[in-house]
Design a binder for this molecule. Structure first.
Ligand code: 5GP
Ligand code: ZN
Length: 116
């Protein structure tokens, strides 16, 4: 299931160090190495799926798992009252730089819209 040379598969498998804040059998969440906000956590499925556009029908349940983890982590980080952002960058024009699907949980400061 893990893809050789995928940095996020290696993080999920413990081969590369990261600050993991949550994990279960389907989802792993860890601190972004280059945080863009006081809270910046990446949430990924353990399954190697390159991008949201590559999801097959059976994969979509993972999005519910990821959202559930995001809401719980946001609460744990104290973001529930002020709010937060959950973002997926898909493909090159979407700004995706790591080809293992991931969601950014961002919060702790006023975020602007539209994004750049
Ligand atoms: P993307 O641009 O693909 O949406 O987001 C990739 C994110 O992964 C970026 O926010 C970047 O800082 C983060 N990132 C890239 N490499 C690593 C790494 O090795 N460890 C961690 N913790 N985050 C990483
Ligand atoms: Zn991967």
């Amino acid at each position: 299931m893990a893809q050789k040379d995928c940095i996020f598969c290696k993080i999920a498998g413990g081969e590369i160090d990261s600050e993991i804040v949550y994990q279960d059998d389907r989802v792993v969440a860890f601190q972004d190495a280059n945080p863009q906000a006081p809270v910046h956590i990446l949430i990924i499925p353990r399954k190697h799926i390159p991008s949201l556009k590559d999801f097959s029908e059976e994969d979509f349940d993972l999005l519910a798992d990821i959202h559930r983890v995001a809401v719980k982590l946001a609460d744990k980080e104290g973001l529930t009252e002020e709010g937060f952002r959950l973002v997926n960058n898909c493909g090159s024009q979407g700004g995706q730089t790591v080809d293992h699907v991931h969601y950014h949980l961002l919060g702790g400061r006023q975020l602007t819209w539209p994004p750049g």
